[in-house]
Design a protein around this ligand. Structure first.
Ligand code: ADP
Ligand code: MG
Length: 349
């Protein structure tokens, strides 16, 4: 007997992580493959894998989680044995040889930095530490301290040789932070493991950085984008298959001082949290790209981001500004549904 099963996977991340809700409407029947689901706490967020198959795929699922953990172990600068820790510890004292993966993510980070006019900047380590965004207790630094930290940043201070896998930081006190790109790369790594393991219909979601392959039987996956003002609600649903979406927002990692919201996405030009937007979701071919570009477009602000997107037609985005106005790529129109109360606020560009 066919049974209609409404499966709503709301994903409660840790207190400081923002989330994307997955809305899956699945027609299930006993003789059809099941939609299964597993979550683990990695990279400071709940990483979730949803897949269509049987519990027999558990071994592959475990390997996919292991792939994500391996990225964290290599690229988390706060882990004393990580490759990032070693790079930063040797700042100003010559190159460090790292794994091909760490070299690749560093290299991609630099490339996206260049391509976004410096809005994405993997050398913000000193500023992120100063603000305490790498801790549970972020703080408001003095203007003077921000100026000092800013002097230790700059994409020109990193060299990264893709052949020898050597990375070096020119000056003492510099530090690489891959927090805006590594999670996306980790999702891609997990997706690769799943595909190799013959799982074709799945979603890997690391705190809102997500890759969707295939779909639940008979339809593409449907992904909800969170309302920045209501952690239990979404403002849009996009359909997705064979592509990634990542969201950067100001609503999970923040503190409020004197009615001003300070959050963890920093403008490399000022060392201060980027202003103007509340949420940016980017759709791209890889999660790594979507992740980094969501951060970069957030920094650019609405106007610059729209101009950048006009020149990069393979990338799509949904932006919400601090007046709740929504701006979306026109090519997304057939693929996106807005929740009723937001419909009037949407402009396509
Ligand atoms: P989340 O970590 O919540 O998924 P993002 O993908 O937007 O959010 O990444 C934000 C993280 O990236 C920050 O915590 C910090 O480590 C780093 N970061 C902050 N500002 C920038 C920036 N302008 N360029 C690159 N990385 C940044
Ligand atoms: Mg990002």
């Amino acid at each position: 007997m066919m049974r209609r099963l409404n499966l709503f996977l709301g994903i409660p991340f840790g207190p400081r992580r923002f989330l994307i809700l997955l809305c899956l409407l699945v027609v299930a029947a006993c003789d059809r493959p099941q939609v299964l689901h597993k979550g683990q706490w990695i990279m400071g967020t709940v990483v979730e894998i949803t897949w269509v198959g049987s519990p027999a795929s558990n071994r592959v699922i475990k390997q996919a989680f292991d792939a994500i953990r391996a990225v964290d172990n290599a690229m988390n600068p706060d882990k004393p044995n990580s490759e990032l820790f070693r790079i930063n510890a040797r700042a100003g004292r010559g190159p460090v040889t790292v794994s091909p993966n760490t070299c690749r993510v560093t290299h991609e980070g630099l490339r996206i930095g260049e391509e976004t006019g410096g809005a994405f900047d993997i050398t913000l380590g000193p500023l992120i530490r100063l603000w305490g965004w790498d801790t549970q207790h972020p703080r408001l630094p003095s203007g003077e301290a921000i100026s000092v930290a800013l002097k230790k940043t700059g994409l020109g201070g990193v060299t990264c040789d893709p052949d020898t896998h050597q990375v070096s930081l020119k000056r003492k006190g510099m530090a690489i932070d891959l927090g805006g790109i590594a999670k996306g790369f980790a999702v891609d790594q997990a997706a690769k493991v799943l595909k190799t393991g013959k799982i074709d219909n799945f979603i890997v979601n690391a705190g809102g950085d997500l890759y969707a392959s295939g779909g639940p039987p008979g339809r593409p996956w449907r992904i909800g984008i969170q309302d920045p003002d209501d952690s239990g609600a979404i403002f849009a649903v996009v359909t997705l298959s064979g592509r990634a979406i990542a969201t950067s927002g100001d609503y999970e990692h923040f503190f409020i001082r004197n009615h001003i919201r300070y959050h963890h996405i920093l403008d490399p030009a000022t060392g201060l949290p980027a202003r103007g937007l509340r949420s940016v979701s980017v759709l791209a071919g890889t999660t790594m790209e979507a992740d980094a570009l969501a951060t970069a477009l957030f920094v650019m602000g609405r106007k610059k981001a729209a101009r950048w997107l006009a020149r990069h037609t393979g990338i799509q985005a949904v932006l919400m500004d601090d007046r709740h106005r929504i701006f979306a790529s026109r090519s997304l129109k057939p693929q996106v549904r807005w929740k009723e109360k937001f419909k009037q606020l949407v402009t396509y560009f």
